[in-house]
Design a protein around this ligand. Structure first.
Ligand code: PMV
Length: 325
């Protein structure tokens, strides 16, 4: 059987960085995110007895099978469905991968939904989130709709994401500035393994539960200024951990840094906008809908900005009738 799914990437306002269980991908702390309407992965999966081996094609390029994380994920799905057939997987991202836009979150969420459906499984949202988490942690947050919390569970069963608010709860935007399409040299999966080498990680760990609580209170009140201040401080704290890991992780490029400084300047001029950054050089500018145009105009003037993608909160992974093959 064949199935196709479309899943959004998500941007975390409170981030996941570090695992308390490497195999199950149980994070050190809970996290809070929003699904992004214009950073999408479409994936078609077909299991068939005529296939001799798995094949994974991403944006027209066939991936090597050795140590392939998508194939490991297909194995999880096969185990759940008691299936031995090999699969053909074709994936298209409508945005660059490995530059800080979390293609692994949309990618593993889409693979989880399309793969389980193609294998004849009917999983609940919670079950899909638990399974997606094992492919890539942040992928569990791309399963439910809108504004999402990944719960800080100590077991596989209790570590999943659920929707806090639907897509239309708060019309804010994530204006993504793509500053270069070059790939980062260290993946998040690899970078995270260094987390305990930062002397500041124990401090971070000790206040994460409090931060999650604070962010949930702010989301309830929809106070944009408090929201922006907290999410930007959180991004900088995450990068402080990365910068002070051994070896250090430096994901910013001159373009990233230039925009960080400009965002702070624009705020002093009365424009309410805050930044957040994942593992990569691209930078996410969070604003209210009324300020999108002004921000886009300013970004267009910056020579390092190669592309701008405006995102609104959107629904999580969904099935789609249009197969890619
Ligand atoms: O799920 P991964 O392995 O791509 O890690 C995601 C890490 C961050 O994007 C930096 C933070 C987050 O919570 O999305």
């Amino acid at each position: 059987m064949k199935a196709t799914s479309i899943a959004p990437s998500n941007i975390a306002f409170i981030k996941y960085w570090g695992k308390k269980d490497e195999i199950l991908r149980l994070p050190e702390n809970g996290s809070i995110s929003m699904n992004l309407s214009n950073l999408l992965t479409t994936t078609t999966v077909e299991f068939n007895h005529t296939y001799k081996s798995d094949s994974i094609t991403i944006n027209g390029i066939q991936e090597p099978n050795d140590g392939n994380r998508a194939i490991k994920h297909l194995d999880r799905i096969r185990k759940l469905a008691s299936l031995s057939q090999k699969a053909k997987v074709v994936t298209i991202n409508n945005f660059p991968s490995s530059t800080g836009l979390s293609s692994s979150s949309s990618g593993f969420a889409a693979l989880t939904l399309a793969g389980t459906k193609a294998a004849g499984l009917e999983l609940s949202e919670k079950e899909l989130s638990i399974l997606a988490r094992q492919g890539s942690g942040s992928a569990c947050r791309s399963i439910p709709d809108g504004f999402v919390e990944w719960l800080d569970g100590d077991t596989s069963e209790s570590s999943y994401a659920r929707s806090l608010y639907p897509t239309d709860y708060w019309v804010i935007a994530d204006v993504v500035a793509i500053v270069s399409e070059g790939k980062k040299d260290i993946s998040s999966a690899e970078g995270q393994k260094l987390v305990n080498s930062s002397p500041f990680f124990s401090v971070r760990r000790s206040h994460m539960a409090e931060k999650i609580k604070k962010m949930k209170e702010i989301l309830k009140e929809k106070n944009f200024r408090d929201f922006g201040e907290l999410l930007e401080a959180e991004a900088l704290e995450l990068h402080a951990i990365m910068l002070t890991s051994t070896p250090s992780l430096i994901y910013w490029t001159p373009g990233t840094f230039k925009i960080m400084k400009l965002v702070k300047k624009w705020r002093t001029e009365g424009l309410s906008v805050y930044f957040t950054i994942n593992t990569g050089q691209d930078i996410h500018l969070i604003c209210e809908k009324k300020n999108i145009k002004k921000i886009v105009v300013k970004l267009k003037d910056i020579k390092e900005v190669k592309n701008i993608i405006v995102n609104y909160p959107t629904i999580g992974a969904r099935l789609n009738p249009n197969h890619l093959f």
